[in-house]
Design a protein around this ligand. Sequence first.
Ligand SMILES: NC(=O)c1ccc[n+]([C@@H]2O[C@H](COP(=O)([O-])OP(=O)(O)OC[C@H]3O[C@@H](n4cnc5c(N)ncnc54)[C@H](OP(=O)(O)O)[C@@H]3O)[C@@H](O)[C@H]2O)c1
Length: 277
Amino acid sequence: MTLPSIAILGAGSMGRAILSGLLSPNVHVEGGIRVTNRSAEQAATFDNEPRVTALATSENAEANRLAVRGATIVIIGVKPYMVPDLLDEISDALELGAIIISVAGGVTTATLEAHLPERISVIRSMPNTPSKVGLGVTGVCAGSRSSDADLDLATRLFDTVGDVLVVPESQMDAVGAISGSGPAYVYYFIEALTKAGIAHGLTPEQADLAVRGTFRGAVELLAESGETPAELRRQVTSPKGSTERVIAVFDEADLPGLFVRATAASIARSQEMAAGN
Ligand SMILES: NC(=O)c1ccc[n+]([C@@H]2O[C@H](COP(=O)([O-])OP(=O)(O)OC[C@H]3O[C@@H](n4cnc5c(N)ncnc54)[C@H](OP(=O)(O)O)[C@@H]3O)[C@@H](O)[C@H]2O)c1
């Protein structure tokens, strides 16, 4: 895959996850990759990566403006509250035809566009942390000035770190609630099942091994078998067996309803944050 020149402004946890996809052997970035951070220490971590030019704003106040010069794709990887100031800072240094791709949670395309010249196209995205191992899920939506080609470019970019879901912006908070925050729920279930194992007499090490292996194995089986989750669950749930009792307890607690309520709380919070609260 070939992508045009890229600047990543804010190469922190998420910015580096995307970078790892861009540095994979089957990806070629024409014109190179520039990344920025505030601290020189962060910038120095790229010293042994010849494909990346790293700049620190603490050493060069013009770092972000220099990084976007010549860049076709500009990824905004700073914390959401920092985004408007960063866009104001780079606004008049952007190339004609540059595409801004923001990963900032809850920052709408309207907000992004309000801080950029009219000629600049904006794509909003919601990646998740498994992007770090190439197994991410990223939701993307177009802004009012983006073409299908811009959206296609963003899709190809996030394809380098996993799966991509193209949605209208009205569904971005739902994507955030399901896949954006989703890894946290998975770890929470892993923690809870591990505690249950310990409560039933396994050592912490035994419980940890049993639970990690079970989550990994179940997900791999789902991917490889091509079966639905319902069918794979049925295969473990013999009539009148012990698994059936577990599912009955989950159903009694309305676990599916709990998921809907929990993710609705996430969507409500995203809406509050978009409104500046
Ligand atoms: N982590 C996730 O699971 C996740 C998922 C989806 C979306 N996101 C989004 O990703 C964005 C970044 O989150 P993160 O977890 O990656 O945070 P992070 O690790 O703190 O990364 C932010 C980076 O921005 C740099 N930075 C701050 N101000 C800057 C400036 N003015 N110019 C250039 N660089 C600057 C910081 O550099 P220094 O370290 O030198 O200060 C840091 O490396 C957020 O908007 C978040 O909503 C994160």
